[in-house]
Ligand binder design. Structure first.
Ligand code: F6R
Length: 606
């Protein structure tokens, strides 16, 4: 969730650290800080809030050290104030940390008992004092770090520097990712390769449990017993993935507009348009024999999985178990060996999704990962990677990754259906053709947004908003509600339209907009009935549908007219208006659209 960077440089490193942190801000932006080694002592600058505050600080109080570490924070333990900002340091050691030290209370008590004084509310400070304790026992920095690392429980990535050795940087990984960058007489450490992209394209990824000793001459990687382990350096493509906003006001808007292209690109990887057939990679399992699919993910990726449940059950006729990864991982789900388990994640680093994956692996499932970051931990721990070709997604609210995930899952549903014989060649052709039309439809829908700007003014006045949908539109209703609440901070909930009368209907009055996601499919009439129930209670209905507004049979606040499309593909299309509505509402509310409060792009803690 936090981003960490370390540089053993040949010139002052603060500017390069800030540059690397800028590319890690997606991981958190509650505070930022840098420490460098200068003439045998450690110097630090920190600032609350976004990185630009730290930059301002460095403008008036620069750092001149050639060895340094930096951090951008997503607060877990301790409020997002400067005192709790990383690096944490004393006169011997400075440390940056991403993750959670689970036994920090116990260590804190032990170290307090030994006379170490804690100044912050963070779990990270225990690492600082623990390493210092072993240094105080006379151990050299590498040994002190090794012993200290062995005592930490939890999920963490760490970077450490020492005042009396400016040729040393220590990195450690247990859980959250950590990459080592190789330069010419310089070495780097970063939470991902993109952070290091302007410095190097030669990257070594640490594995879980690794720790690394970096000097300007290179890196040695060890396991916790101190045994050397070999990790290969690879050429990273991260530098080609660096992105900017182009002419768009926000990354989120740019990413919404990239959808026709990335959906086409992703579909192109899994279907042969000319043949009208899916061309799915071997998953290491006989799809014809699969009798149950397990899917797990978090947030928006989870909603993509819920859509897939409807698709796979309808078209491939096998049951799909789906749950949010934070629940799944602890449910002790019984799994018959040989099943297919699918994990969906943009970042490929979400801690809960990764643990759900590991549970399934341990229980004999064949693992397929739908990820956007191919070098991610989830990708590396899977039997098969089914990449989404969305390119880097910078906006914290997921948009193009979601529709790319749906694109892969739609192809997976067809592939399983074909293998099991529940879909014949003609049906496959029909579904593939429907998918091939999605980029064109999305492109048409994105031509004019002025309508959403007007509607957003209405929605921005609401305190609560309900989203309703049935069948495959139910997860889109939930996704719409999530998008709205996370970037506009307006309370929103997505409900199965038929559930309305079992409770939520009590919320309806003339101040509550109700967004109804209702393509004209076999469930349309039923959703219309639920809409009437809302109208009868004065609810303000926004209908997103391909039918003419007269078919609603009640007064509408607004009607978002959708193109006619095959019912199979409606989730891909109806995702777009709910994104646009959330985006424009957030713009009206004046929130920080790309970096909404309290959130982070990559959630590597439980
Ligand atoms: C919402 C959003 C989050 C993520 C969730 C999972 O817009 O982006 O709900 O979908 O944190 O993240 P990944 O896909 O990286 O596993």
């Amino acid at each position: 969730m936090c981003g960490i960077v370390g540089i053993l440089g040949s010139k002052p490193v603060a500017i390069d650290i800030v540059d690397a942190l800028r590319r890690l801000e997606y991981r958190g932006y509650d505070s930022a800080g840098i420490a460098t080694v200068e003439n045998g002592h450690l110097e630090r600058r920190r600032a609350e809030g976004k990185l630009r505050n730290l930059e301002t600080r460095l403008g008036t109080e620069p750092l001149s050290g050639t060895t340094g570490i930096g951090h951008t924070r997503w607060a877990t333990h301790g409020r997002p104030i400067e005192r709790n900002a990383h690096p944490h340091m004393n006169d011997r050691v400075a440390v940056v940390h991403n993750g959670i030290i689970e036994n920090f209370q116990e260590l804190r008590e032990e170290l307090t008992g030994k006379g170490y004084v804690f100044e912050t509310e963070t779990d990270t400070e225990t690492v600082l004092h623990l390493v210092t304790y072993y240094l105080d026992q006379g151990m050299p920095p590498v040994e002190a770090s090794r012993i200290a690392l062995n005592r930490l429980r939890g999920a963490f990535a760490l970077g450490l520097i020492f005042s009396d050795d400016k040729n040393l940087l220590i990195g450690a990984r247990q859980g959250p990712p950590l990459a080592i960058g190789h330069g010419d007489g310089e070495m780097y450490l970063g939470s991902d390769a993109i952070a290091l992209a302007s410095l190097t394209d030669t990257i070594t990824y640490l594995e879980d449990g690794d720790w690394a000793v970096l000097t300007r001459a290179g890196v040695q990687v060890f396991d916790l017993s101190g045994k050397t382990v070999h990790r290969t350096a690879i050429k990273s493509v991260a530098s080609s993935l660096l992105v900017d906003k182009g002419n768009y006001r926000h990354f989120m808007l740019k990413e919404i507009h990239e959808q026709p292209e990335v959906i086409a690109h992703t579909l192109g990887n899994y279907i042969d348009m000319a043949e009208g057939a899916v061309k799915f990679p071997a998953l290491g399992i006989d799809l014809a024999g699969v009798n149950r699919v397990t899917i797990s993910a978090c947030g928006t990726a989870y909603y993509a999985g819920v859509v897939a449940k409807y698709w796979i059950e309808k078209y491939a006729r096998i049951p799909v178990e789906i749950d949010v990864a934070s629940e799944f991982r602890y449910r002790e789900v019984p799994l018959a060996p040989g099943g297919l388990a699918v994990f969906v994640s943009q970042s490929g680093e979400t801690a809960d999704t990764l643990e759900a994956l590991r549970y399934c692996k341990k229980n004999g499932q064949v693992i397929a990962a739908i990820v956007n970051v191919r070098t991610s931990t989830i990708a590396r721990e899977s039997n098969t990677v089914l990449p989404t070709l969305a390119g880097p997604e910078i906006g914290v609210a997921s948009t193009k990754a979601f529709t790319s995930q749906l694109s892969v899952l739609a192809c997976l549903a067809i592939a399983i259906g074909r293998a099991r014989g529940t879909i014949d060649a003609a049906k496959e052709k029909e579904l593939v053709k429907a998918l091939s039309e999605v980029p064109r439809h999305v492109s048409t829908m994105l031509r004019d947004e002025s309508f959403y700007e007007g509607l957003a003014h209405e929605i921005s006045k609401a305190r609560d908003v309900l989203y309703l949908g049935r069948g495959v539109s139910y997860p889109i209703a939930m996704e719409g509600a999530l998008k709205l609440k996370e970037i506009s901070y307006i309370h929103a909930e997505g409900y199965a339209a038929g559930e309305l009368k079992h409770g939520p209907i009590a919320l309806i009055d003339e101040n509550v907009p109700v967004i109804v996601v209702a393509p004209e499919d076999e469930l349309f009439e039923k959703t219309v009935s639920n809409m009437q129930e809302v109208a009868a209670r004065g609810g303000q209905i926004v209908l997103i549908s391909d039918v003419a507004k007269e078919k609603a049979g009640c007064r509408l606040l607004s009607h978002i007219k959708m193109p006619k499309a095959h019912p199979f593909t409606t989730p891909l299309l109806y995702a777009v208006p709910v994104q646009l509505l959330a985006y424009h509402t957030a713009v009206v509310m004046g929130t920080d659209v790309d970096q909404p409060r309290n959130l982070a792009k990559s959630v590597t803690v439980e």
